[in-house]
Write a protein that binds this ligand. Structure first.
Ligand code: FAD
Length: 588
């Protein structure tokens, strides 16, 4: 499977990895991380959030988790890390997503802080910094954003000018996670104000100063400050990568960052759903637990369905990246480069997962507050913090708008470069639209046969809409943001829908249909609703693309390609909720 190929190709269940297949070592990492979070983080979340009163707390906890090897899990052994496989890294991210602000500090350090050196550093830079970053002896931050350049990151004004054996940096960075305690700053600046380039700046370099801690809506335990650079002289040996190639560092590191953020928010959603479930079982109104009410059962089931779907997509992507890494390594590519190239290959999937996960978490925490009622609004209960902390995920690592457009833009770029044959399948769809509907083969008796058919059909809907958009707008398509956003939403839905089906299908093959009854129910609910959402996004898009008879024909096609057989989703959700209520814990 190549990057973005899911739009035109179907994957077999046997080809995907599902979390039910995690091996003992991966489960051991999960337990170790969870143990740390349960004993060292959860009991002091309030203290962590009052970080201006306890500025050493988060860095000390980072050192502690560094001693366990978790900060260096993804760093190769030769540089002092553990060099675990990519799926294990995914497991770690999932668990760290349950640690609120602390997880943000870990992610910034291990991801955007450490990876630029691992991927683009010279051998000397790697030997100097990676062992210290892997243990947490040094803490890292990543300075891309500026007051006037956020989404438009390449418009940065920070300047680097050569002066003998040094570069002199001047400028201002904003919203820098971990800035308050970082020993190392990955800074992007333009050489002579023109060539966007990466640099490594150490904390004690004269001229580097910090703004006050930002007063934020959430993740209050995460340090976020401005970084000022005034005549900061750094040796030329601290240039990162090549002059003028800083965008390669900045954007490639974000591919992995987006994937890991997707895994983290999925972990956070599991936790929030579990806490809400336990409260719903405890809280009585009208003489019964509120979990016995249909309205609450709907919420509990839907939280689980979306989170389970997101988990299925997460591990599917982790496996695609993992397999690509192993393939490249077997061809002699150095491990860090193999990881970099693999994440780049699946950049579309990484961007979509970031959008999916952050929006699933926002949904889950919002419903968690609702289930808690008045106590959901109180700082004495946990969900108010979940709610606040969730919101940032739609903003950083590229806003969800930017990630949606980036995903579709990448697909179109791959098609134009001939790496993805969109035109052939899109033409076939046009022919199909002109012909008498063929409802295809019989569905077969697999419990998810209907759903598999929906995936195949909804892929046609994406091809129809994107083909029509490309024909109508041609080179102007990139300016048609509303159309692109709708195509992104359709792609996101189809990828997720396919992921949940493949996961459940494989789990049935491993454990039997009876054991997977609730997973089948979740898959049916998800697919049924997802097809409706695809229909709506498709309708918005085609109404902006075509008119008259052409529009009417496309709307008919869209209806045909998003058709589902009705299920009693109320009954399915009741079954899912009852199963959860009985377990009183995350149970999928
Ligand atoms: C708590 C926190 C921590 C952060 N940590 C870091 C860090 O460690 N390092 C770092 O470098 N940065 C960090 N950031 C910055 C973050 O990455 C940016 O905030 C983000 O990229 C958005 O940039 P912006 O805030 O300037 O918003 P803007 O770019 O001004 O965007 C504002 C709105 O306009 C939309 N928009 C912008 N451009 C377009 C477009 N072309 N088309 C359509 N819509 C558009 C956006 O989607 C958004 O909705 C952090 C931010 C926060 C709040």
């Amino acid at each position: 499977m190549k990057g973005a190929e899911f739009i035109i190709r179907e994957q077999a269940a046997a080809e995907v990895f599902i979390p039910e297949e995690l091996n003992e070592e991966q489960l051991m990492f999960r337990e170790m991380t969870m143990d740390f979070i349960k004993t060292r983080i959860w009991p002091i979340v309030e203290k962590i959030d009052k970080q201006t009163q306890n500025p050493d707390l988060v860095p000390d906890l980072l050192s502690e988790i560094g001693d366990l090897g978790i900060l260096g899990a993804g760093v190769p052994q030769e540089y002092g890390g553990m060099g675990v496989d990519f799926i294990t890294e995914c497991v770690l991210s999932e668990e760290l997503g349950k640690s609120l602000s602390f997880g943000v500090a870990v992610a910034a350090h291990t991801g955007i802080g450490t990876l630029p050196i691992l991927y683009f550093g010279t051998e000397e830079q790697k030997r100097t910094y990676l062992p210290k970053l892997a243990t947490g002896e040094m803490k890292a931050s990543y300075c891309l954003t500026e007051p006037d350049s956020g989404s438009d990151a390449l418009a940065a004004k920070t300047k680097a000018v050569a002066d003998g054996d040094h570069y002199v940096l001047n400028g201002q960075k904003m919203w820098i996670t971990n800035a308050g305690f970082a020993d190392l700053f990955i800074v992007f600046a333009k050489v002579d104000g023109k060539e966007f380039t990466g640099f490594i700046v150490e904390r004690d370099t004269p001229g580097l100063t910090l703004g006050d801690e930002e007063i934020k809506l959430g993740i209050k335990g995460s340090s976020t400050r401005q970084v000022f650079l005034e005549n900061v002289r750094i040796p030329k040996s601290n240039l990162l990568g090549e002059i003028g190639k800083g965008h390669r560092i900045a954007f490639n590191v974000l591919n992995i960052g987006r994937f890991k953020l997707g895994a983290m928010v999925m972990g956070g959603a599991k936790r929030a759903a579990e806490v809400a479930l336990q409260y719903a079982n405890e809280r009585h109104q009208f003489g019964v637990p509120i979990s016995s009410f249909g309205a609450i059962q709907h919420k509990l089931a839907e939280m689980a369905i979306r989170t389970f779907a997101c988990e299925s997509a997460t591990y599917r992507i982790a496996d695609l990246i993992h397999d690509r890494i192993e393939l490249l390594k077997s061809q002699g590519v150095e491990p860090a480069q193999a990881k970099l190239q693999s994440a780049e290959e699946f950049s579309v999937e990484c961007a979509l997962l970031k959008v999916l996960g952050s929006e699933v978490l926002d949904y889950v925490v919002d419903e968690a507050v609702q289930i808690f009622g008045g106590t959901g609004y109180s700082e004495e209960y946990p969900v108010a913090r979940y709610y606040r902390d969730s919101r940032i995920n739609r903003i950083f690592e590229g806003t969800n708008e930017i990630n949606r457009m980036l995903a579709v833009g990448q697909v179109l770029k791959k098609a134009m470069k001939g790496e993805l044959d969109l035109m052939g399948p899109a033409m076939k769809i046009q022919e199909e639209l002109m012909s008498i509907p063929d409802f295809g083969e019989e569905e077969g008796d697999h419990p998810l046969a209907r759903e598999k058919k929906v995936v195949a059909q909804t892929k046609k809907a994406i091809l129809m809409v994107s083909g029509a958009a490309a024909q109508r707008f041609m080179m102007d398509l990139e300016k048609q943001q509303e159309v692109l956003m709708n195509i992104a939403d359709m792609s996101l839905e189809v990828f997720t829908m396919e992921s949940i089906i493949l996961r459940t299908e494989k789990a049935i093959a491993l454990k039997g249909e009876e054991a997977m009854e609730q997973q089948i129910n979740m898959t049916r609910c998800y697919v049924s609703d997802s097809a409706e959402r695809i229909h709506l996004s498709g309708k918005h898009a085609v109404c902006g693309i075509a008119e008259g008879d052409e529009l009417r024909m496309m709307l008919i096609g869209l209806k045909r390609f998003t058709k589902t057989e009705p299920y009693n989703t109320i009954a399915l959700r009741q079954q899912i909720a009852r199963y959860m209520i009985e377990a009183n814990a995350w149970c999928f």
